[in-house]
Design a protein around this ligand. Structure first.
Ligand code: DGT
Ligand code: CA
Ligand code: CA
Ligand code: ZN
Length: 575
């Protein structure tokens, strides 16, 4: 079996366990394992052969045994047994908005429905409305939700598509009378690279006028819920948006609960229980009958639990709660820490602005240095520079440097192609004269793992190469990028002291969060760059910062937070 097949089977088991009503811990364990394997940069069969399965995050001995069984027999006995009880096709029903595992179980038990087609049929025949807890209204909503699913699918939306839409809607809601606070929540606030649905929160005393405005917005295609505390809509783009409205004195618990992740919340609730408190979106409720504790801020929620504040991007139950309890939660890199941007393009290749315009825009955003890194000759499609044009460009850079003055530094660099055969686009004597050398994989990304990994390694071993940009070359949501052996790439980057990029463009986010985490553990140097082709792209930086935070990177790990002198000294030492 391949990585994807193992991950999918675990994900399916997690969902079947949820439908069966199993313990949340068991469900989350399978889900975590599925995630861990799908993020793995190596062949799971190799990890197994090396006896290293239990080194993977979220894989203990029990799950390692199950993986071994799958890899050696192609089957999982536990799944087969579970399937006797819970038909695997029921998992499909969870894709329908508004259908949770309990409801799916009920519809299966009472009506024998196992597929979406079966569900549509019983809904149209009016058989759902007679089930306990369901009515005519929920039946109609389910039919709408099935239609939305069939029309738009349920693929996850890239972060960079969902974020601006959420900000615009929140901006509109913030204008309404009586609105005290607004926030995004859910995976969007945690800045996951893809978003299932958008969760918005509003604090206000009166919810009705806000809900009425929300469901009537012009970009709403259909309304799948319209209630006093929660409404849900599907936009014409297919994006689903949930809105919750609650009074401001409960804001802290509301925001904390709906930010998730679910696994993080489960741990918070367990901590609360140990203190004799039950925690939900409304309040902490003491078990001894004393009055509930309201939290107006998230800080209050963490303080009540005896914890320091944990930022949303770290709330994935990847050890952050344990680290917070032990007092060694890292201070991860912040937007304000960034002092330079080391990867951008101008009209010399496929950028839209001049060197001076890029420098001025960067300075206006508070940076004190940039590297101009246009494409190299073999990337003809992006008007890559020949050696001759590269030296002509040096003159424009010198002129722009003179215009900017001593407070701002423009480095002359290149984003050099690693060709399909692994050769670098410029000879060493050219690279030696540049201030900053990026190597990139843009072509032949679908080569077999060993071949494409060797190309990356060839660049890392070149002493003039300072940074490997967007290492895998993936494009969200559909182009997976090169099948790099990430462990080898990261280990080589440590040995050669080469920077790996966290490309902030939301269609890249490459390195991705889990690779950043591994890089930080190994001591790889990182840089967070916008790969700007236009001055407006400098505003994408926050996506890269969030990805770095999700990988627990500190400012020290990220070279473009360093003072300019320290950065230049590092680059000089590197050739
Ligand atoms: P998504 O939408 O799939 O990208 O992921 P989330 O994390 O945004 O999940 P979503 O939209 O289902 O719910 C938003 C947050 O609300 C979630 O992170 C935690 C909280 N939440 C929602 N439903 C439940 C639940 O049934 N149990 C728990 N513990 N938390 C929930
Ligand atoms: Ca969500
Ligand atoms: Ca939601
Ligand atoms: Zn670039």
């Amino acid at each position: 079996m391949k990585n994807r097949e193992v991950a999918e089977l675990f994900e399916k088991v997690a969902n079947m366990l949820a439908i069966r009503g199993d313990s949340i811990h068991r469900i989350l364990a399978y889900r975590r394992a599925a995630e861990s394997i799908s993020e793995l940069g190596r062949d799971i069969n190799q990890v197994y052969a090396a006896g290293e399965l239990t080194d993977l995050p979220g894989i203990g001995q029990t799950l390692a045994d199950k993986i071994e069984e799958m890899l050696t027999t192609g089957k999982l006995e536990f799944f087969e047994r579970l399937a006797q009880e819970i038909p695997p096709s029921l998992v499909e029903l969870l894709r329908v908005e508004g259908l949770g595992p309990k409801r799916v179980k009920q519809i299966y038990d009472e009506l024998g429905v196992t597929t979406i087609e079966g569900l549509t049929a019983v809904a149209r025949e009016g058989k759902l409305q007679n089930l306990p807890g369901l009515g005519k209204k929920s039946e109609t909503k389910l039919i709408t939700a099935i239609e939305a699913l069939q029309k738009h699918g349920d693929g996850r939306t890239p972060l960079g598509d969902a974020w601006p839409v959420a900000q615009r809607i929140l901006g509109e809601l913030a204008q309404l009378e009586g609105v005290v606070k607004t926030a995004v929540a859910g995976s969007l606030r945690r800045m996951r690279e893809t978003i299932g649905d958008v969760d918005l929160l509003v604090a206000a005393d009166q919810s009705a006028p806000i809900m009425d405005y929300f469901v009537a917005m012009p970009d709403v295609e259909s309304v799948s819920g319209h209630g006093p505390t929660k409404s849900s809509v599907v936009l014409h783009s297919g994006l689903q948006v949930d809105l919750r409205v609650l009074p401001a004195d409960r804001w802290g618990t509301l925001l904390s609960y709906f930010t998730g992740s679910q696994a993080h919340n489960v741990k918070l609730r367990e901590l609360a229980l140990k203190k004799g408190l039950s925690l939900n979106e409304h309040a902490f409720t003491p078990s001894d009958g004393s009055p509930e504790i309201l939290c107006a801020s998230e800080e209050d929620v963490y303080t009540t639990l005896g914890l320091p504040y944990i930022i949303p991007t770290m709330r994935e139950d990847r050890g952050e709660i344990e680290a917070a309890m032990a007092g060694n939660l890292p201070r991860v890199v912040q937007l304000g820490d960034i002092r330079s941007d080391l990867h951008m393009h101008t009209t010399w290749s496929d950028g839209k602005m001049s060197v001076l315009e890029m420098a001025q825009a960067a300075q206006a955003r508070g940076l004190n240095a940039i590297a101009i890194t246009d494409h190299s000759v073999s990337l003809g499609i992006a008007n890559g520079l020949s050696v001759e044009r590269l030296w002509q460009q040096a003159e424009e850079i010198a002129a722009a440097q003179a215009a900017m003055g001593a407070d701002f530094r423009i480095l002359h660099g290149t984003e050099m192609e690693i060709r399909a055969d692994g050769e670098l686009d410029f000879p060493d004597e050219v690279l030696a004269k540049l201030d900053f050398v990026i190597a990139s994989l843009h072509v032949s990304l679908s080569q077999p793992q060993e071949q494409v990994t060797n190309r990356a390694l060839n660049a890392l071993w070149n002493p003039h190469v300072d940074m490997l940009a967007h290492p895998t070359g993936r494009l969200l949501p559909d182009r997976p990028g090169a099948d790099l052996d990430m462990d080898v790439v990261l280990e080589t980057a440590v040995i050669t002291n080469t920077i790996l990029e966290i490309n902030a463009n939301p269609s890249r986010l490459d390195l991705r969060d889990s690779h950043v985490r591994r890089a930080v553990e190994l001591g790889v140097k990182l840089a967070i760059n916008c790969d700007a082709h236009h001055v407006s792209h400098f505003d994408l930086l926050h996506y890269g910062i969030a990805t770095a935070q999700r990988g627990w990177a500190t400012a020290e790990n990220v070279v473009n937070t360093w003072p300019l002198e320290k950065l230049l000294a590092f680059l000089r030492e590197k050739n």
